[in-house]
Design a protein around this ligand. Structure first.
Ligand SMILES: Nc1ncnc2c1ncn2[C@@H]1O[C@H](COP(=O)(O)OP(=O)(O)OP(=O)(O)O)[C@@H](O)[C@H]1O
Ligand SMILES: [Mg+2]
Length: 215
């Protein structure tokens, strides 16, 4: 499957989700390629730090910028079972061009009004992409949500998504947990981190199932 984790807001957890899903896919025995299209190179650093200490399975990662991305993805799609594209948190040629070749795009947002406002533009980008890629599925993931049970911001944010005709809402909410930061620092996915954070593992497993289904 070819998926994109993208959005126009910075720091929402895109790279965290892209790297976790990549490692989990590799742990499932799939040949996965992570494509880092963000000049900041965080996904690439993550894969590099896995390699530096020989963490297995290895996650193949390349950096690719510019408008040649769709062609590159099409060429590489025959060589890998899955391609996961991580885009930077802004409108970019990489974000727009990736939308033309992916089966699914996931848009992490934090449950804040500032993040929700950026969805207008994403809704339009998906609408435009549908001209070339009519079957694309676009889902928002509420990410970095509070772990405090009395805070209901995820549900409130979810309701606002009804306003966007091209965007659905993922069933899973990813919460703000220290385990994600710890794992990232060592080039790991949360399912590889010790000691285990069972809640983080469980929500990432749910997201994994939602993204890849039985594939
Ligand atoms: N669910 C989470 N819980 C706790 N910390 C998180 C979570 N998701 C991301 N972070 C932390 O928040 C910061 C930003 O995350 P990340 O780099 O994944 O976001 P991004 O959307 O890729 O950002 P950018 O737009 O700059 O590419 C990082 O320090 C990361 O470790
Ligand atoms: Mg990122």
């Amino acid at each position: 499957m070819i998926i994109l984790i993208g959005g126009e807001k910075g720091g929402t957890g895109k790279t965290t989700i892209a790297t976790n899903l990549s490692a989990m896919r590799a742990l499932d025995g799939r040949d996965v390629l992570l494509i880092d299209t963000d000049p900041q190179g965080s996904a690439n650093y993550w894969a590099q730090s896995r390699d530096d200490v020989s963490i297995t399975p290895r996650v193949a990662c390349i950096q690719k910028f510019g408008k040649g991305l769709p062609k590159e993805v099409q060429d590489l799609s025959g060589r890998y079972d899955d391609i996961i594209i991580d885009a930077g948190g802004r409108d970019s040629i990489e974000l727009r061009s990736a939308l033309v070749v992916v089966e699914k795009v996931f848009i992490p947002i934090q449950p804040s009004q500032f993040d929700i406002w950026t969805l207008n533009q994403m809704d339009e980008l998906v609408e435009t992409a549908k001209g070339f890629n009519p079957d694309i599925q676009a889902n928002v993931i509420i990410s970095r949500s509070s772990t405090n049970p009395s805070v209901h911001e995820s549900e409130e944010t979810g309701k606002l998504l009804d306003d966007f005709s091209n965007l659905g809402l993922a069933n899973v909410t990813i919460r703000d947990r220290i385990a994600y930061r710890k794992a990232a620092k060592d080039g790991l996915a949360v399912i590889e981190l010790k000691p285990k954070d069972q809640k983080a593992i469980s929500e990432m497993n749910d997201l994994y199932k939602e993204v890849f289904g039985n594939e």
